[in-house]
Design a protein around this ligand. Structure first.
Ligand SMILES: [Zn+2]
Length: 136
């Protein structure tokens, strides 16, 4: 079995991944327009400002869309299937694609349900941001 692929940590995204390891969701905020930016970048996608500050966010959001993944494209994930995968819009605005920790029956949509970030146990030395369903 091939090894699970992991994030490539570099100078642009290092503070995001270090935040995850500290169980904090830390995202970039544009100094000029104050929008929250995800994924990590070298300049703001909204105003092209080149000063991005790192600040913690709430980790709260709502599911935009979700699906159950039974077959992964990478063999390293096959033992974990099926996985509930979702687009989550954070309260601060950005959308993060990640896992939902609970399981649901096939065919039931979770769109609109509130979620909160949780962090995986370290996988190859790195925690990953997942989301957990909250009671409404
Ligand atoms: Zn901006």
């Amino acid at each position: 079995m091939s090894q699970r692929p992991m994030p490539k940590v570099d100078s642009v995204n290092r503070l995001f991944w270090e935040g995850c390891n500290a169980k904090r969701l830390v995202l970039q905020h544009c100094h000029a327009c104050r929008k929250t930016v995800y994924y990590p970048r070298v300049c703001c996608p909204y105003c092209h400002g080149d000063t991005l500050d790192w600040e913690p966010v709430s980790g709260n959001g709502r599911i935009v869309s979700d699906t159950l993944v039974y077959r992964h494209r990478h063999e390293g994930f096959m033992a974990e299937a099926p996985v509930l995968f979702a687009a989550v819009r954070l309260d601060e605005g950005p959308v993060i694609f990640s896992r939902i920790t609970q399981t649901v029956s096939a065919g039931s949509s979770l769109a609109g349900r509130p979620v909160r970030v949780v962090f995986s146990e370290p996988i190859l030395g790195q925690r990953l941001p997942y989301f957990s369903l909250m009671e409404e």
